[in-house]
Design a protein around this ligand. Structure first.
Ligand code: PLP
Length: 397
């Protein structure tokens, strides 16, 4: 199930990109093949992961949550990684690769700002010029992240075209990359886009699953029965799933944002569930499952957590869902907020709203008996960034 040919995952993936972008993708693919198994590269990445990011992240047995739901629930604590989420696993890997390629400049696009911040962190640490494209609407909504990026020495470039949000920022970043490819790496933030990005980002994020495997064996003497992860583009999900994909005894749940509810699967604007209700289409260089209208225009996704608002999903996850290796599910905004409060109150951990979707599924599935005895939940990030949104949503009560 892991086999792939030129970035194809069944009918999904590929390189649906303009001719001018081909050399940049080819150069990146060749460099990644050259360095990914190189002992010097691996050693340096290990150093950054350990001493800068704080890996390995703990696999924490959530005692009170376990008691409540009648499962042995373990949380993979990506919320404890520097920056507060799993995103640094990817930006560290790509920035180091870019350095080995001789690039001196990083560019990225960001919607909610989290990926922009994770890129700015590595740019500062590795002494690279960093420019982040961001729609002006998103800049207004995410002022603190704009300030964080600036504090970290990155330049945030306002994007005023189109809807002034993430998808326009992506177009601008692509334009920049074509023009400046000689000294610039375009650092994509999830397992999306054209080959080789989905594979590169997956490999850098699979450190989560590799650690989980060793940790659960140490603590339980066996592998888990199921693993749950929230899914936007899909990088934290595939990151924890990947080492377990060939072991079909383990159920893998990918929980998408069901937004305000799934009353109508065609009102895609109410949620962000590309795997559950998306259709085949091409988005940002890859064939995958996307939210589109009957004319093939991309619908903007919408949920309580900005980090899950992406109108597509990584092509490998689309494929794994198609062959029924992963189980796509949804959690609504309401269920997510309940899980956000619950983990805070009974475990003393405030989760990111994204991660709270995965936690919400534990509550939903507990009655159905579909999870088995040992459950691992990927706690992709911490919730400090979400306090203002939650206060607003709940009417400052
Ligand atoms: C960005 C983000 C996500 C969603 O991205 P994926 O690529 O789907 O993992 C999930 N959780 C947190 C905490 C994030 O910051």
């Amino acid at each position: 199930m892991k086999n792939q040919f030129k970035g194809k995952f069944g009918q999904f993936g590929g390189q649906f990109i303009p001719e001018v972008l081909m050399p940049a993708h080819k150069e990146l693919e060749a460099a990644y093949e050259q360095w990914k198994n190189d002992p010097r590269f691996i050693k340096e990445l290990d150093y950054y992961r350990r001493d800068f990011a704080g890996r390995p992240s703990p696999l924490y047995y959530a005692r009170r949550l376990s008691k409540k739901y009648g499962h042995k629930v373990y949380l993979k604590r990506e919320d404890l990684i520097h920056g507060g989420a799993h995103k640094l696993n990817n930006t560290l890997g790509q920035a180091l690769l870019a350095k080995y390629m001789g690039k001196r400049r990083l560019i990225a696009e960001t919607g909610a700002g989290q990926h922009g911040v994770a890129t700015a962190i590595v740019g500062a640490n590795m002494g690279m010029t960093t420019q982040i494209y961001m729609g002006v609407k998103d800049m207004e909504r995410q002022r603190m992240n704009v300030y964080r990026m600036e504090l970290l020495g990155a330049k945030v470039i306002p994007v005023t075209s189109g809807s002034q949000t993430l998808k326009d920022a992506i177009n601008e970043a692509m334009r920049d990359w074509v023009t400046n490819v000689e000294d610039t790496h375009y650092l994509i933030g999830s397992v999306v886009g054209a080959h080789p990005f989905p594979s590169i980002v997956r490999d850098f994020q699979s450190v989560i699953g590799i650690e989980t495997e060793a940790q659960i064996i140490e603590q339980e003497g066996r592998l888990p029965d199921s693993i749950i992860a929230c899914t936007g583009g899909g990088s934290n999900a595939i990151g924890i799933f990947y080492p377990f994909i060939d072991n079909t005894e383990i159920d893998l749940f990918a929980v998408e944002a069901g937004g305000m509810g799934m009353q109508s699967t065609k009102t895609a604007a109410l949620h962000s569930a590309s795997l559950c209700v998306g259709e085949d289409g091409i988005l940002h260089g890859a064939r995958t499952k996307i939210l589109q209208d009957p004319y093939g225009q991309i619908l903007e996704s919408c949920s309580v957590s900005a980090g899950l608002d992406y109108s597509g999903v990584g092509p490998q996850l689309a494929y794994l869902a198609q062959i029924k290796r992963i189980k796509p599910r949804t959690a609504s905004d309401k269920e997510t907020l309940a899980a956000f409060h619950e983990l805070s109150e009974i475990e003393g951990i405030i989760p990111a709203l994204e991660s709270a979707h995965a936690l919400a599924y534990l509550a939903k599935a507990a009655d159905k008996g579909e999870l088995g005895e040992i459950v691992v939940i990927n706690l992709s990030g911490r919730g400090d960034k979400d306090l203002e949104s939650v206060l607003k949503l709940e009417g400052n009560k």
